[in-house]
Structures are given as C-alpha cells and as structure tokens.
Write a protein that binds this ligand. Sequence first.
Ligand code: CP
Ligand code: NVA
Length: 302
Amino acid sequence: MKHFLKLLDYSGKEIIDMLNLADQLKYEQKHGIEHKLLAGKTLGMIFQKASTRTRVSFEVGMYQLGGYPLFLSANDMQIGRGEPVEDTARVLSRFIDGIMIRTFEQAEVETLAKYGSIPVINGLTDFCHPCQVMADLMTIREYKGTLEGLKLCFVGDGNNMANSLIVGGLKTGMKVTIACPEGYEPPEEILEFAKQYGDKFGMYRSPKEAAQNADVVYTDVWASMGQEQEAKKRAEAFKGFCVDSDLMSVTNKDCMVLHCLPAHRGEEITAEVLEAHANEIFDEAENRLHAQKAVLVTMMKD
Ligand code: CP
Ligand code: NVA
C-alpha cells in the first residue's frame, strides 16, 4: 500500500520518477492524448480547510484519468461531529479507492493511513504540503532544466511550505536556505533532517543573506490557515521579510520567484515582484494538476 503523507517518506529518486511522470502526463494532456490510467477508480477528497488549487487540481485530475472524485467537506461529515478518524478510515476503505485529505494535524493523516486499507494522499497539514512541492519542483525543472546544484531560498515562516521545500529540495540535489524571524523556525524534525546535508542547507535571520545568488526565491503567507487570530502579531514579527525588488537585487540573474498561493500582496511579496514573475507563478499553479495526477497514478494505479 502506497501513501503520500510527507516527502520525508520518499527518496530523491522516487520524487524524480514522479516528476518525470508528471512531465509525461502534461505532454499528453497538451497534445490531446487520453490517459485514463485510473478508469473506474474513486477518490474521496476530505477538506477540513479551504482550498482552490488543491481541490480543483485533484478533482479535474481524477476526471482526466478516467476516475471519479468525491468532494467531502469535513464539516458535513460525521468526522466533523467527532466520529473517530480510525472509523472513518475503515468505512471509506469499503467504498472508495483512495483518499486525499487536507486537515490540521499530521497525526490525523497518518492515522487515516494506518487504519484504512486504501492509499492516503496529504493535501496539506500544518506540518507539510508535499503535493504543492511536487508542482514546485516540476516548475523549477521546466524553467531551469535541472534541480541539481540550484539554490532555493525560502523567505518567511518555517511552516508547512518551508518544511516540504527543505525536504524536497535537499532530496533532489538543490541547496536550500531559509530566512525566518526568531521563533518562526521550522520544527526540530526538519532541522535534524537538513543537518545531514551539511552546508547545502542554511538558516538565516537576514533575507538578503539567505537570498544571495539564489536561483529560486520562494515565499508564502505569514499567517497560515488556522492562524488567522495571530495575523497581527505575525505581521509585526515578519517586518523586513517581504520579497521585494531590493531583495531580488542580490539573487542570481534570471532568478525565479515562486509562491504556492494565495498571496497577500504588500505583505510577504510586493505586487511588483509577483507580477514580474506571474508566468512562473501561474505555471506553478497549473502544474498542480499535472503533478497531482502523477501522485494519484503512482499511489492508486493497480
Ligand atoms: N497552494 C494551495 O494549496 O492552494 P489551495 O489552498 O487553494 O488549495
Ligand atoms: N502555509 C499556507 C499554505 C497554503 C497553500 C497555509 O497552510 O495556509
């Protein structure tokens, strides 16, 4: 049984294999070549949090693969009224062929996988966002031709995006730096993982130091879903962590800017930088579709 719970569970080669499949599926879709690799399969998509890209990419992706996506809003399910995830896992396993879940705690996703008997895909938790990073790596390869040796700099909160980018970037041969204020570092588990990579990983307080000679600058919101009440305090703590043209002046020539979206212009990124890099950022959003299809096929195809 294959699950896609976090990139820590996958080797660099396995990640690259999925990226190669994503490239192939994108090519086929663009050329009108059908690929109904999941014909007759049903995917349940449980959402405890809002979503535009994840929901639409998985829903359209399943349709294009010949399968059927089932949108399950957690608030309308018994899980939203306290039915244990252990029971939900065993019940859904009797009806459908795979689960994609977006929720708060990583432990909930791991429990779903443990008790169910069908593949579980993590569509974002507070800990990580592996599906997004598959699309990010795919986009970087499209623009740069390779991942090996490139420098990826994440500016902002040591959150789910930072965690998955550190793991995905390092495993696929990139150098990764992060600039975050004190108290907003990635969790110990991620920093421990990154230690194995020696000077290929660096954590900084100064965005400019972290972004020196970067090939890709990445940012994300300062207050993630579920942290709305901390937004004011966070806006204060993250002053000076905005991706603006001054920060971009220290990067390599042709440095990409990526953002998982949704973006808050004037907070973590200026409108000027976002619009100057709109091609990359919206290719990245589109690539959610192709990357998610590769994950679905890898996890769910017989
Ligand atoms: N980037 C991302 O996961 O977007 P959604 O929250 O819209 O799914
Ligand atoms: N860090 C953000 C990512 C959204 C795609 C959040 O968790 O809200």
